[in-house]
Write a protein that binds this ligand. Structure first.
Ligand code: G6P
Length: 632
């Protein structure tokens, strides 16, 4: 959580830092701050504001600027959202500034000790102790490296820290343990940030600061040390910034733009997989960023498995959080039905505290749009301590999870800026469907023709995703969203593959419209939740293309109507019985049954988007949320 952007170079840094922060607002946006070594006074000058970076930009009455500076956008963990708790934080003399992403677990003990030593604190954050502690360590040893080393060894928890100093005016000190930090290499300037997106328009040469290391960054040099103060050689890598566009184009919100990008994102991902997925192909282009696929024969190696391991795979475990967890639950059907691999799906935040068994011939798949979600990353690290292959499916090839897993499969969705996931969800579904078919091929269950057919099925579903949204766009905007925005609670139901999809729909509604939405497997309605059904609580049913399941859903719809419930259905062409029961319906062209969720995605997301629009809510940045949750 929280975004860090820092600059050292030959140009004034303020504009770059504030623009970089805007790009990282997906990491948090409750308050923001900027500090630099002021070129007029040679002192640290700063300003902080409650609210997003745009508030900071407007409120920046202080015209501070300099050649070394940094900024922070916060998602509060310790301490309320106010100006004092916004970063940067300082030592007592305000000669050392720090910005922090992560959680310092040991901060209370450290703070108590520092107070005894006479330090005065301004905030209630865990982060402020870092500035005071560093100042105390630096005073005792008068050596920047030594103080950094001692600091890193004292702090417990997860931290990405960047410091600027009045007494070392040409230096940024960057320290990381578990939380991400990357260094961009320019000419006569260098950048430090939580995500390369912050400086993707400035450089594609990136130095990934290794975990448990610190770096002294100057405008023309970067020196990296481990926590024993041993100098390390870390080679820079080229990352592909071609998908890093963060332009909203003519769309009113990123969420709408990203809803409309789904067809392209799925198509692009599939084209990419097609290029790497055939045995004789030899694509040598570095489309993946820092890891190259040399030839597609190496698909499984790239993923972290040998072809033999895929053939012998007896269990697949999938670990994910939030929307990625919903995609994983849909993917479970793909792996079990298509590739005949028994699959278990875990919530990352629960996984680490559950009994843990590593079966023979098993593998772990971690799904994360960002590749940085702390719960999922820590689950990966736990599994990595056992002898079992770990695979990451992610949208960010330069992410920590990619670097730490045995192999990875990238999605090609492009940057997703809106906090509520849209295109990463549909692209995850497409990736999992494709992967299940490729595994089935390897296991001798399917032919190449079947894989090609599956790719076509995905293209068709992605097409329907968008065309159905277009068919209903006017009706949703003019009638349905104004009507449904008046309700304060909803029930969502699905069965089989449409149940995890219903979970995702309920999450989307909660996230962007703050309307309470409860989701159940439709068959569970009669076991309790039916008591909630009344005229004021619309029930949304997502249909299935499996005939048996469809008829069960019709019965569930009857149960709702018998209690005078208001029924909304997402059904497929020809599902007359269900459609006749509905007070409001969306009719979707038929697709391959397992791809029903993908086909329903666009219209579901647009309905939710438009309800939020109707309520005049901050759609792209809903209250209390952040896109990349890098704290546990
Ligand atoms: C946050 C976001 C969710 C997202 C989840 C997992 O909670 O608000 O939208 O689904 O993190 O993110 P990941 O990057 O791991 O897919």
């Amino acid at each position: 959580m929280c975004g860090i952007v820092a600059y050292v170079g030959s140009k004034p840094c303020r504009e770059f830092v504030l623009d970089g922060l805007l790009r990282l607002e997906y990491r948090g946006y409750d308050s923001a701050g900027f500090v630099c070594v002021d070129s007029q006074t040679n002192r640290l000058s700063f300003f902080k504001e409650v609210g997003g970076v745009s508030v900071l930009k407007k409120a920046a009455t202080l015209k501070a600027n300099g050649f070394v500076g940094m900024g922070h956008t916060r998602w509060a963990t310790h301490g309320v959202v106010d100006q004092k708790n916004a970063h940067p934080h300082f030592n007592c003399k305000k000669t050392i500034a720090v910005v922090h992403n992560g959680i310092i677990e040991s901060y209370m003990d450290i703070k108590a000790q520092l107070i005894k030593e006479g330090h005065n604190f301004c905030s209630t954050t865990d982060s402020e102790v870092v500035a005071h502690l560093f100042s105390s360590l630096l005073q005792s040893c008068n050596d920047l490296n030594k103080a950094a080393q001692m600091l890193a060894k004292t702090l417990k928890g997860a931290f990405a820290l960047v410091f600027t100093f009045e007494d070392y005016p040409d230096i940024l000190l960057a320290i990381r343990s578990r939380s991400p930090l990357v260094i961009g290499l320019g000419i006569d300037e260098n950048f430090v940030a939580s995500d390369p997106l912050a400086f993707s328009d400035k450089t594609s040469r990136i130095l990934f600061l290794p975990d448990e290391c610190f770096a002294i960054v100057k405008k023309d040099s970067v020196e990296v040390f481990d926590f024993d103060n041993k100098r390390l050689e870390v080679l820079p890598r080229e990352i592909d910034s071609k998908y890093m566009s963060v332009d909203k184009q003519d769309f009113e919100h990123y969420m709408l733009k990203e809803i409309y990008e789904q067809k392209r994102a799925v198509t692009r991902t599939l084209s990419f997989y097609k290029a790497i997925g055939f045995p004789e192909d030899s694509a040598s282009e570095s489309v993946l960023g820092h890891r190259n696929i040399v030839n597609s024969d190496s698909l499984w190696r790239q993923i972290g498995l040998s072809s033999e391991q895929v053939k012998d795979l007896r269990y697949l475990n999938i670990v994910a959080a939030g929307t990625s967890w919903h995609a994983a639950r849909i993917g479970q059907f793909f792996f079990e039905i298509i590739a005949k691999i028994p699959t278990k799906v875990y919530l990352s935040s629960e996984f680490r505290y559950m009994p843990f068994f590593v079966e023979k011939n098993s593998a772990f798949l971690f799904i994360s749009q960002s590749g940085e979600t702390a719960d999922t990353l820590e689950a990966l690290r736990l599994v990595n301590s056992f002898e079992v292959p770990t695979i990451t499916l992610t949208n960010v090839s330069s992410s920590t999870m990619v670097r730490e897993s045995t192999g990875f499969l990238p999605m090609q969705a492009g940057p997703e800026i809106s906090v509520a996931s849209t295109k990463s969800f549909s692209t995850q579904i497409a990736s999992l469907y494709w992967l299940a078919h490729r595994a089935a091929l390897e296991r001798g269950l399917l032919s190449w023709q079947d894989v090609t057919k599956a790719e076509e099925e995905l293209f068709v579903a992605a097409e329907i995703l968008e065309s159905t949204l277009d068919n209903y766009r006017f009706k949703i905007t003019s009638q349905l969203a104004p009507f449904y925005a008046q309700f304060d609670k909803f029930i969502f139901l699905g069965r089989h593959v449409s149940y995890p999809f219903a979970l995702e729909a309920a999450l989307k509604l909660k996230e962007v419209s703050y309307i309470f939405a409860q989701c159940y497997p439709a068959g569970e309605l009669k076991h309790g939740p039916i008591a909630l059904v009344d005229k004021k609580t619309p029930v949304v049913i997502f249909s299935s293309l499996d005939d048996i399941i469809y008829h069960k859903l019709v019965s569930n719809a009857q149960e709702v109507k018998a209690r005078e419930g208001h029924l909304i259905v997402f059904a497929f062409e020809g599902q007359t019985e269900l459609l006749q029961l509905a007070d409001c319906s969306f009719v979707i062209p038929r697709v391959k049954p397992l791809l029903a969720p993908l086909a329903m995605t666009g219209v579901m997301q647009f309905l939710v988007y438009q309800i939020s629009h109707e309520l005049r809510l901050p759609i792209d940045k809903p209250r209390n949320l952040a896109k990349s949750v890098t704290v546990e």
